[in-house]
Design a protein around this ligand. Structure first.
Ligand code: FAD
Length: 560
């Protein structure tokens, strides 16, 4: 019999929820005060995940990560603390502290709101990678954009219902269009771009569709796994690469258009190559593309914003703090002490019964001095990839027959040199950013440009980074994207760039099968909990929410 795993791991779930069991204005935000802290008042609406203060023309600067302050404090924490006179004395006791206000931290805090959590977010706004901006009343994502339809009756579906997300989502059109050799190709999986090989395209499409529906004995690799048999199945898939698995399903080498489509999908969704990503992670994401994809105005920032608003209403003043950079977390006796620099640059120390580290693990490793060697080793096995996003503001309507359009160039990729190939390709896909709220006069395109190789971050931090990448986005727009969509250059009102330093943990082969993820996510001394997408090295809202749903009941028992 298929044994359920212990505890809330039985709760759903990730990309697809439990089918079988349940049937210039902005400039002020970045003004620096002492120690370069962002000038944001705690609990302020200005800390909401969607920035609606930018007006008609935004400053020519990156939004997204603002890395200077965390780098200054955490690259050499000892020197930082010495310069600040050491850790401050404990100021007060609170029941629960959540470190990080992305989707995982906000969801955990929301589920545990009756315990009065304090949520500390280092950024000027909550939302993490799920943040947005607005232009002419149209919200758009600067990071995470869409999610998969949750199963009716599942906890995730109930959560979306409670937040009212189900009132604003819109189903994306299917059809998987791509751009190839300067032309739009509708329904790529029918093999229209390669008629002689269309059987291979169709067989693979049929496979992904059937896998997602779990037809014909196929088992969709739900991550996190909710039973021992499913975990064994995931482990087996996790030992081989996504590429090897797809080639074995196809029964041989893939057509170059297919290789290009899979590469660009993996770059865009995982920040990693088709050969790096494990078959478990690759199938988990890619098969879900053959189910319903849901989109809200502002992308996943709309979900973060709803969580933020509910918490803002439920928690006492000062419990939602933006611009609060946590610098140290330590277990002390039967509690935990959390030290942070507030938005005005002052240091504080809180004592709490439990802490939730909803920040990435490479940050957790810097915050907690005495992490166990096996957890540190697991964290060292994770790599994180960088990302650029450009939003193109258009003074015209776009058809809403498309949502996510993959750019396949000439239909061939140099998969031996991913860095060179990605630098040649630049943006891999264009999302219709206003798909969920079309407007008669204006629309927004979002260009996703992953950097799917190690060592990309220094270029993003270089002095000329903004000018360089803006020029590259402009060139790709003029040469490829605008002609494809029949948009004139004079229809472009503005281009807004977001930069992300390490937003995506690489879903590399073996991390689940060899137990790395188990070492990453187990609580530290039953007091410090880890809740973030990198718990499973799987960068999706479903991982973040599934982990929150999994750990919140256990934390609640501790606090009871
Ligand atoms: C460009 C891009 C596009 C994406 N598109 C999609 C998509 O369409 N669909 C999808 O499902 N997923 C997408 N993702 C993945 C996305 O990362 C996840 O869906 C999800 O938003 C991750 O949430 P999280 O809370 O786990 O992590 P994060 O968003 O990384 O949140 C962690 C938070 O911790 C904070 N933090 C870090 N250090 C500290 C500290 N020392 N003190 C206090 N706070 C700290 C950070 O500022 C951040 O807010 C995309 C990601 C990117 C970058």
């Amino acid at each position: 019999m298929d044994q359920p795993l212990d505890g809330p791991l039985r709760a759903p779930l990730s990309r697809r929820a439990w089918l079988r069991l349940l049937g210039t204005g902005a400039v002020s935000l970045y003004l620096r005060r002492a120690y370069g802290a962002p000038a944001v008042a705690p609990g302020d609406a200005r800390a909401s995940p969607i920035d609606r203060s930018l007006g008609e023309t935004a400053p020519r600067a990156f939004s997204g990560d603002q890395p200077e302050r965390p780098h200054r404090a955490l690259w050499d924490k000892r020197a930082y603390l010495a310069a600040r006179g050491g850790l401050p004395p404990v100021e007060k006791s609170v029941p629960l502290v959540v470190v990080g206000g992305g989707i995982a931290g906000l969801t955990t805090a929301y589920l545990l709101r009756r315990h009065g959590p304090v949520v500390l977010e280092q950024g000027a706004r909550f939302g993490g990678n799920a943040r947005g901006e607005s232009w002419r009343g149209l919200d758009y994502a600067i990071g995470a954009a869409y999610f998969t339809a949750p199963e009716e009756g599942s906890p995730l579906r109930r959560l979306y219902g409670e937040l009212g997300v189900d009132k604003i989502w819109r189903k994306a059109p299917g059809g998987h269009p791509v751009a190839l050799e300067g032309r739009l190709v509708g329904d790529f999986w029918q093999g229209r771009s390669a008629p002689a090989d269309r059987a291979q395209f169709r067989a693979l499409a049929r496979y992904f569709h059937r896998l997602y529906q779990e037809e014909g004995g196929l088992v969709y690799p739900e991550i996190p796994a909710y039973s021992r048999a499913r975990r064994r199945h995931i482990d087996a898939l996790d030992r081989i690469s996504f590429r090897r698995h797809v080639e074995s399903v196809a029964g041989g080498p893939l057509h170059p258009h297919l290789v290009t489509a899979f590469e660009h999908y993996c770059w865009s969704s995982f920040g990693a190559s088709f050969s790096e990503v494990s078959a478990a992670a690759g199938l988990n994401f890619f098969a879900a593309e053959f189910g319903d994809i849901l989109v809200t105005p502002g992308g996943n920032a709309a979900i973060a914003e709803r969580l933020y608003a509910r918490l803002d209403a439920a928690l006492p003043p000062g419990h939602l703090q933006a611009g609060a950079l946590v610098v140290d977390v330590r277990v002390a006796g039967d509690g935990v002490e959390v030290s942070y620099e507030d938005a005005a640059g002052a240091l504080h120390r809180l004592r709490t019964r439990a802490a939730v580290l909803a920040c990435p693990k490479f940050v957790a490793a810097r915050l907690v001095d005495d992490l166990e060697p096996e957890r540190l080793e697991a964290i060292r096995r994770l790599s994180y990839r960088a990302y650029l996003v450009a939003n193109v503001l258009l003074t015209r309507k776009l058809p809403d027959s498309l949502y996510d359009l993959y750019l396949l160039g000439g239909g061939a990729t140099d998969d031996k040199d991913i860095k060179a190939a990605a630098e040649r390709q630049k943006a891999t896909d264009v999302v219709f950013g206003t798909y969920a709220h079309p407007d008669a006069r204006s629309s927004i395109l979002t260009l996703y440009r992953p950097l799917p190789y190690d060592g990309a971050r220094p270029a993003l931090l270089a002095d000329d980074a903004y000018d360089r990448y803006r020029a590259e986005f402009e060139a790709q727009l003029q040469e490829t994207v605008l002609p494809l969509l029949d948009v004139r250059p004079e229809d472009v009102a503005d281009l807004r760039l977001a930069r992300w330093g390490h937003p995506l943990p690489v879903a590399a082969t073996g991390l689940i099968a060899d137990g790395t993820v188990d070492r990453l996510r187990r609580p530290l001394r039953d007091r410090v909990f880890f809740v973030q997408q990198d718990n499973w090295a799987l960068p999706a809202i479903e991982t973040a929410t599934a982990e929150a749903l999994h750990w919140a009941p256990r934390i609640a028992r501790l606090l009871a």
